[in-house]
Design a protein around this ligand. Structure first.
Ligand code: YH5
Length: 278
């Protein structure tokens, strides 16, 4: 599906309480034109979500979630060739989105909802399994790990096995450490600097850092002033083994990825030289 080693996933929130667009893209037309803009800026895939998973966000029914995302998916499917991903933790929404033409499932619940595994297996589409400690309502309430890397590693193994038992091939599975989903700043930075720890699982990594609270904590700035901080951290990730970056800021992130691609062979050469002189 993706030509390059590093691909860009543009975030399209179709939520009235969205942290970033403040509901500006709530209507179908506005959501559509925002998606077109991200495509023009270089998004390889558009990730559509109708539920805010921010702590304290309003709970919406799967019906309401479908009402928000399905018309946008249908319009994008009619008017563009860009692959569409559904960002949902609810089986009913995932199923409806796949029927409407989504070709990728991005699940912050890692297919733990009833029937989610079977739905994705039947559709034979790639899926991103994200790690979250707790639920969106409780996750930032004292996140705790003995060893954050080990615990995520074991969670991923458990979910990969569940996927394979349900008939989802490992080649179709992407993994995401879930920055900010039940993690302190220390957990987030440990994960950011150890992404290659997960490579032995044999699945591409997807990461979502865009404008998250960790940058609010480091910079003491609100969500709409976290772009530069996000880009700096994105560079750290891009120089490791990451395959997809999920972002609200496609044009800026694309530049970062292009620079990372230029730098990477030099880092690899230096690593080889270090091995030879060791
Ligand atoms: C993710 O990391 N995140 S929705 C709060 C923010 C900023 C951004 C307070 N879906 C991810 O983007 N899917 C979301 O500032 C995701 N990985 C994957 N795979 C939350 C979000 C956000 C929340």
């Amino acid at each position: 599906m993706f030509q390059d080693q590093l691909s860009l996933m543009g975030v399209l929130n179709v939520t009235p309480d969205s942290f970033y667009d403040g509901g500006r893209h709530h209507s179908k037309e506005k959501a559509f034109s925002h998606a077109l803009q991200m495509i023009q800026e270089g998004a390889d895939i558009i990730d559509i979500g109708g539920e805010s998973t921010r702590p304290g966000a309003q709970i919406v029914s799967p019906e309401e979630e479908c009402d928000r995302v399905i018309p946008v998916i249908e319009k994008l499917k009619q008017e563009t060739d860009t692959p569409i991903s559904i960002d949902s933790r609810h089986t009913a929404v995932i199923k409806a989105a796949l029927d409407a033409g989504a070709v990728f499932v991005n699940d912050v619940y890692a297919l733990q909802d009833d029937g989610a595994l079977a739905t994705v297996a039947a559709a034979n589409v790639p899926v991103c399994l994200m790690h979250m400690q707790g639920t969106p309502e409780s996750m930032q309430n004292r996140p705790h790990y003995q060893d954050v890397l080990q615990e995520l590693y074991h969670f991923f193994i458990e979910r990969i096995v569940a996927c394979e038992q349900a008939g989802i091939a490992r080649e179709k599975i992407w993994l995401d450490p879930g920055f900010g989903f039940g993690k302190t700043l220390d957990h987030n930075l440990t994960l950011l600097t150890n992404l290659s720890f997960f490579k032995t699982l044999g699945c591409p990594l997807l990461i979502g850092l865009s404008r998250k609270s960790m940058f609010g904590e480091i910079l003491n700035k609100p969500a709409d002033e976290r772009l530069h901080g996000t880009l700096a951290a994105t560079m750290v990730a891009a120089l490791q083994d990451v395959s997809i970056i999920r972002t609200h800021d496609v044009a800026a992130t694309k530049d970062i990825l292009t620079v990372a691609r230029a730098i990477k062979p030099y880092l690899q050469r230096r690593e080889q030289a270090d091995v030879c002189t060791a």
